[in-house]
Design a protein around this ligand. Sequence first.
Ligand code: GUN
Length: 286
Amino acid sequence: MTAQLIDGNALSKKIRGEVAERVAALKARGVQPGLAVILVGENPASQVYVKHKVADCEGTGMRSVLERYEPTMSEADLLARVRALNDDPAIHGILVQLPLPSHIDANKVIETISPSKDVDGFHVQSAGALMIGQPGFKPCTPYGCMKMLESIGVSPKGRHAVVIGRSNIVGKPMAMLLLQANATVTICHSGTPDLGAMTRQADIVVAAVGKRNVLTADMVKPGAVVIDVGMNRNDEDKLCGDVDFAGVSQVAGWITPVPGGVGPMTRAMLLVNTIEAAERAAAQAV
Ligand code: GUN
């Protein structure tokens, strides 16, 4: 292996420590930061994710409230819960775990969350703010990827970044953040005819497709930074990303592992957004 590892576990630990200091400072002013997490239904992966999110919060001294509901919960009832949390001054961040049961319109739920408490950064107002460079909450995964680049001293300025994937929660906001940092950005997707021709030009590649081996060694420029957002299972049922790690790590300059790369950073940035929301609310209350 020639590539250096970007250690998401170590970086996220440092960030959690910084959040804990900010939590302590707010608490000293009489404000207890609080995150509400809503889980509707029994999706096993979602249950694991929300358990981690709640534990992470508590690890920094923040309060977290987990609300679990039956998969039959009506959309109207869920919207009413979100509105009640919007009005609750003890709650600074609201996260509704996705996916939601199919009878509930996820967009409608996300748009009901107050943008000031939208710590996932999924609200259309947060997306719009990101697009035009206004302050707002950034989606946690791309925000974490930017922190990873910063941690290794790689500025996107003047570099060519290729983002593979165009989802609203990773690909598109990732491209916006890289653009804001003055990279030249190409967004590739399932309709891109020759993906390798694009990625071979990239100084920074972010793979966010949700499919194994989307990026192989022959598709990577020597020395490039490769960030793997994928979370898949291989034939042995082991966690793996979108990148052929064994091959690409022979060519890249830097690479994120899976697990232990982007995943812990996503969780850390949720904490950053939540403490940010609490600090803003506290500043407004003065
Ligand atoms: N489901 C999978 N990832 C996420 C996430 O980051 N936020 C929410 N709300 N749901 C998810």
